[in-house]
Design a protein. Structure first.
Length: 446
RNA sequence: GCCCCCAUCGUCCAGCGGCCUAGGACGCCUGCCUUUCACGCAGGUAACACGGGUUCGAAUCCCGUUGGGGGUGCCA
């Protein structure tokens, strides 16, 4: 029998990285086993029942490439069914009416203004076999009579969750460990309505450096923010897959379709995983380097368009395209791109104090190098090898190796000590006059 | 407080009783390459929380301790 899984987020206006990981593992399990992946929005709380809060959620899921086979279903649209189930439990005495002071009120049917609590059986044990955690059990005496219907006439999530999983034929519930202690209550509800229990798989939490669950308050948790900073969706899902799971062949950076082939929910481990930005950057940089030239140009477009730190009319697609070939392998995110190429499209290179200090103040013979370069670059052939040879010669005259010799020129021309290979950039993307002007400009500022 | 879960390098993952003097990756350090940075290449650093068992044999199984986390809402 093929499985049916669901990702059931509560709309919060953005997609949390932890939620994205949960969505990914559900999606992977479905794709790996030929099952069905259902998307369901858990918006039973009136405050969250707003379309603008779910739109961005859906957009981010699409961006990650986690396409769903069914849905999105909205719990808020299933109110009548939830009410019907609650009434059934009331009639059978498995639940009871309760007032604001938590006192039981007699009655076999719903009453406006009163909540409903599920009657917890005494002296029982609820046990289940979690795919990642193994046997887990709870004593019902440790559980309280929990609310399943609010006094304002809406269902509580445990009730909606149980009913919807049952109605939608969910066979495997894959979700975060923070939901583990709610399982016995859902199981009791499922038993009460005569529905089969799904198999549960609780994923280890994603934590920050303090080993606490990732929180919106302290941590960078929005997928949208990572997207905006220039992380690629394929890198994002790749890295997320590595949190709580690892490929059997130890090849970590790879395309999603390969992960689908390798993924097995039983292999997920139990311990919480630290969300390590450094490793994410590495995964991203690797995927970035692997992009074909044209593909890269397409992906990077948003970062060199209107948002770029230079006047739009100064941008030159041809020179940019050439430059990409020189810097693509140096980038960690798409967002790094502008600062590697901005000098081409700005009237003057940016003033980076650290670079200036390093090359012009602390570095050796800056003035002599700039003067020498101004002379030799004035009439040498405008080709990479010739420029390199000319600058090398000036450097040798001053007893400097090329590494030291090129530094002042690099800063004069590009503004920074870090950047593309200098002579290629000058020969292929810049005019002689402009280079000489910048060298003179820097010399005057010494 | 009570309930539940977890525990291998700084971090992520491997290890599912002998192949482990514990492997891979990120990070960090060193060297090579070199027009900066990066990439690449070659090395290095660094872990089975502790204590009892079980067993011929334990990182692997059991118990306890300690530590960490999650839950405990008329939020999801």
């Amino acid at each position: 029998m093929s499985c049916r899984v669901r990702f059931a987020p509560s709309p919060t206006g953005y997609l949390h990285v932890g939620s994205a990981r949960t969505a990914l593992f559900n999606w992977l399990h479905a794709r790996a086993t030929g099952g069905t992946y259902v998307l369901r929005i858990e918006d039973t709380d009136a405050e969250r029942n707003r379309s603008d809060l779910t739109d961005s959620l859906l957009a981010e899921l699409e961006w990650l490439g986690l396409d769903w086979d069914e849905g999105p279903y909205f719990q808020s649209e299933r109110r009548d069914r939830h009410r019907e189930v609650v009434e059934g439990l009331l009639e059978r005495g498995l639940a009871y009416l309760c007032d604001a002071d938590n006192n039981e009120v007699d009655g076999m049917s719903l009453v406006d203004g009163l909540a409903v609590r599920f009657r917890m059986p005494a002296g029982g044990t609820v046990a289940f076999d979690d795919v990642v955690r193994g046997e887990v059990s709870f004593a019902t005496d440790d559980l309280e009579d929990f609310v399943i219907w609010r006094s304002n006439g809406s269902p509580m999530f445990l009730l909606a969750n149980a009913v919807d999983d049952a109605d939608m034929g969910i066979t495997d519930a894959i979700r975060g460990e923070d939901l583990l202690s709610g399982v016995p209550k859902v199981l009791l509800l499922l038993d009460a309505i005569g529905a089969p229990r799904p198999t549960y798989a609780h994923l280890p939490l994603l934590v920050n450096e303090q080993r606490k669950k990732l929180s919106k308050r302290r941590d960078d948790v929005s997928i949208g923010d990572y997207r905006a900073r220039g992380y690629l969706p394929e890198a994002m899902v790749n890295y997320l897959a590595l949190l709580g799971w690892g490929p059997p062949d130890d090849v970590e950076v790879r395309p999603l379709d390969e992960i689908v082939d390798l993924f097995r929910i039983e292999d997920v481990n139990k311990a919480a995983a630290f969300f390590d930005l450094k490793k994410l950057e590495h995964v991203n940089a690797t995927h970035l380097r692997a992009l074909a030239h044209d593909e890269f140009l397409e992906r990077v477009a948003p970062w060199v368009g209107d948002e770029a730190p230079w006047p739009a009319e100064r941008f030159d697609p041809d020179r940019f395209s050439t430059m990409v070939g020189l810097v693509q392998e140096k980038l960690r995110t798409l967002g790094d791109t502008p600062r590697f190429v901005d000098f081409l499209f700005l009237d003057d290179p940016v003033d980076d104090p650290d670079s200036w200090e390093k090359a012009m103040v602390k570095g050796p013979s800056a003035a002599e190098m700039l003067d020498g370069a101004a002379t030799v670059l004035a009439d040498c052939p405008w080709e990479t090898e010739a420029l390199l040879a000319a600058v090398s010669e000036v450097g040798e005259g001053l007893g400097l190796k090329l590494g030291k010799a090129q530094a002042p020129i690099r800063v004069a021309v590009t503004g920074r000590t870090v950047g593309p290979p200098l002579f290629e950039a000058m020969a292929e993307c810049m005019e002689r006059d402009e280079v000489l002007r910048r060298i003179a400009r820097a010399r005057a500022r010494l």
